[in-house]
Ligand binder design. Structure first.
Ligand SMILES: Nc1ncnc2c1ncn2[C@@H]1O[C@H](COP(=O)(O)OP(=O)(O)OP(=O)(O)O)[C@@H](O)[C@H]1O
Length: 334
């Protein structure tokens, strides 16, 4: 576990049973005020405020270097802030570290397990660090690894390894679960399997903090999304609120021969913004039914031939592009 120890337990629960005490909507699982973290001349976190009610899944999104990991590691008690306040479940790391370690769980992006232990032995080892929590069988069942219980960790696939990391984070039945890019590098099927596990946790009233580079993942799982850039929160809300905030509902992508100059696209009705790449244009529009015929007229008037045309709903990727002019994932051109 990259030198970190797993975190903790509150009470023993059967995975299929609902939480005995329904979460109080007024209780904040996480409260952050004026958080700043400086590393010599780098400001990794430049003053953020955040409130996460109990039972919510919050997604922290942003490009490489945005400050997500630093923020999350401060929340996890692994780094100390330069300034600002952090409370988890009403407690602070300065005075309540022992209790907090029993009440939060962490699944890292990459977890190295002892190669000579089986899945079952690994979960058993982590379970032994806590006085209370799930049974080993329950934790393994939650991540659907029953068939691999006697398999050595070294023989697991990437997706199975990620699920084992989740089992280890869950074995103490934590109230807040931190998941650092839990599906990075997984195939779509494994990714969806992990989403199901996270949905089930939400169903049990657990609070989940998710960092991800995948917008679709945030859109599916998160009640609240926080988009970070250069250490600041640049946008925050539900996925649909954020998408509505850019004023564009639909995206048209097209390419033509000859190319249409970007200025000519200003004639397209209900246009919100345009982005041009080497071989085509991406238009954000409010109403597809007026914008699309308008675009076709512009293309026809210039005697151009369409090489490609597609439309789609706006996504959180488009929110990020609109706000910062950059793509969320490196290597993807705006
Ligand atoms: N220990 C450190 N010492 C110096 N600078 C650091 C340290 N940790 C992070 N930084 C810097 O702080 C900034 C934020 O880094 P952070 O890892 O929090 O970003 P991130 O959003 O998690 O990025 P990624 O998606 O690549 O993990 C970066 O400029 C990074 O280089």
């Amino acid at each position: 576990m990259r030198g970190r120890s797993p975190r903790g337990v509150l009470r023993r629960l059967h995975p299929l049973e609902p939480s005995p005490a329904p979460p109080s909507p007024s209780l904040l699982a996480i409260e952050v005020k004026g958080l700043v973290k400086r590393f010599e001349d780098t400001v990794a976190v430049a003053g953020i405020d955040l409130e996460v009610p109990v039972g919510q899944c919050i997604g922290l999104l942003g490009p490489n270097g945005a400050g997500k990991t630093t923020t999350v590691e401060i929340l996890e008690g692994l780094q100390t802030p330069t300034a600002g306040k952090v409370h988890l479940l009403g407690k602070g790391w300065a005075h309540d570290a022992k209790e907090l370690r029993e009440r939060i769980g962490i699944a890292l992006q990459e977890t190295r397990f002892a190669e000579r232990l089986t899945v079952e032995e690994t979960v058993q080892l982590f379970r032994s660090f806590y006085t209370k929590g799930l049974s080993v069988e329950e934790a393994i069942a939650l991540v659907h690894l029953q068939e691999k219980r006697r398999t050595y960790t070294v023989k697991l696939s990437g997706g199975q390894r990620q699920r084992l990391a989740l089992a280890v984070a869950l074995v103490a039945d934590p109230e807040i679960l931190f998941l650092d890019e839990p599906t990075t590098g997984l195939d779509p099927q494994s990714r969806r399997a992990l989403w199901d596990v996270i949905e089930a946790l939400k169903g049990k009233g657990r609070t989940v903090v998710l960092t991800t580079h995948y917008m679709e993942e945030a859109q599916v799982l998160c009640d609240q999304v926080v988009i970070m850039d250069h250490g600041r929160i640049v946008a925050q809300g539900t996925p649909s609120e954020l998408i509505a905030s850019i004023g564009a509902e639909q995206i048209i992508e097209f390419a033509s021969t000859p190319d249409i100059p970007a200025e000519a696209l200003a004639e397209v009705p209900n246009l919100v913004s345009t982005r041009s790449r080497g071989d085509g244009h991406t238009l954000s529009v409010k109403e597809l039914h007026t914008a699309l015929p308008g675009l076709l007229s512009v293309v026809a008037a210039r005697g151009a031939r369409l090489r490609h045309l597609s439309t789609r709903q706006a996504t959180l990727d488009d929110v990020f592009l609109t706000l910062t002019g950059r793509a969320l994932r490196e290597g993807e051109s705006p």
